[in-house]
Design a protein around this ligand. Sequence first.
Ligand code: NAP
Length: 307
Amino acid sequence: MNTIYTLADLRDWKKKTRDLSPPIRLGVVGNPVVHSFSPAMQNAALEESGLDLQYAPFEIAPDELESALRLLRELDFVGLNLTVPHKIAALALVDEADERAKKIGAINTIIFRGGKSLGKNTDGPGFERAIREEFSVDLRDLRVLLLGAGGGAGRAIAFQCALENCERLVLVNRTFDKAQALAHALAGYFSGPRVLGPEARLEAIRWDDPSLRRQLGRTDLVVNATTIGLQQSDPSPLPHGLIAPHLMVYDLLYKKTPTRLLAAAAEAGARGANGLTMLLHQGALAFELWFDRPAPLVAMRRALDGK
Ligand code: NAP
């Protein structure tokens, strides 16, 4: 089990870590962060690549994020990953962000270079690769229903669907305003001709929308990008009985035991997969940004399989 570091540790970093070898120069910042598999995966990648550095978890509260990012930059870190709940807030705290990250409104990766911090987002491309690996299909050919479209990961996935010009995208979010605003931002990407049927290529619907059953009948891929399922007692984000065998179900959560959503998918005879493949591919893309070299996918996958 990795030591989880805090803001207090960062304030006293040299003393706290003076006996550590190799030194910690990368990490994941979240709250909570205890469940993250990124340290195991990235440390395997560092070792396999012969890089004498370590990657560690940092538990940082939202009101500590600004101080933590400043200290991590001053302490000569190579880069970071951001996880729940920091992806959106961190965008405003980096010196620069690329166009994709600005459009998404969230970052999951920071590169520290020349005393500056650069924000990027690898969640969308990581998701696209995961869908290809899990279901042997291309995102661009799918009709996607996205639960949790207003969160950091959900926004990244929605933009990836838009950039890939996927067939159809239905945005569902508990706070409906966020889904509506996102649909507005993405409208230009979906203005092309429809291929499959007469319905709109882009829609935002309410969390409890009565048309959900009908929408699912016109969906190929359901994605859970909500945090529902993180707790063992959480319900399924989709009401029981709505999952049909034709669906592919991708749950961004990665846990040893299947989430209720994936259990319901299996029960319905639908294909399902958890978020481990997305974790792998977004992490590999982050590694490539930090070190400008190919990520050792086999070693990273082995580390995840061992969790
Ligand atoms: P986030 O920014 O905090 O967004 C959370 C989302 O969940 C929002 O859409 C929120 O809706 C929704 N939500 C929370 N509680 C809800 C409830 N009770 N009912 C309905 N909707 C609810 O988090 P994030 O960074 O996007 O992460 C989302 C999930 O994806 C997390 O579980 C994270 O671990 C996972 N993730 C996995 C990977 C991977 O590589 N596998 C990558 C990124 C994220 P509101 O807008 O209404 O609050």
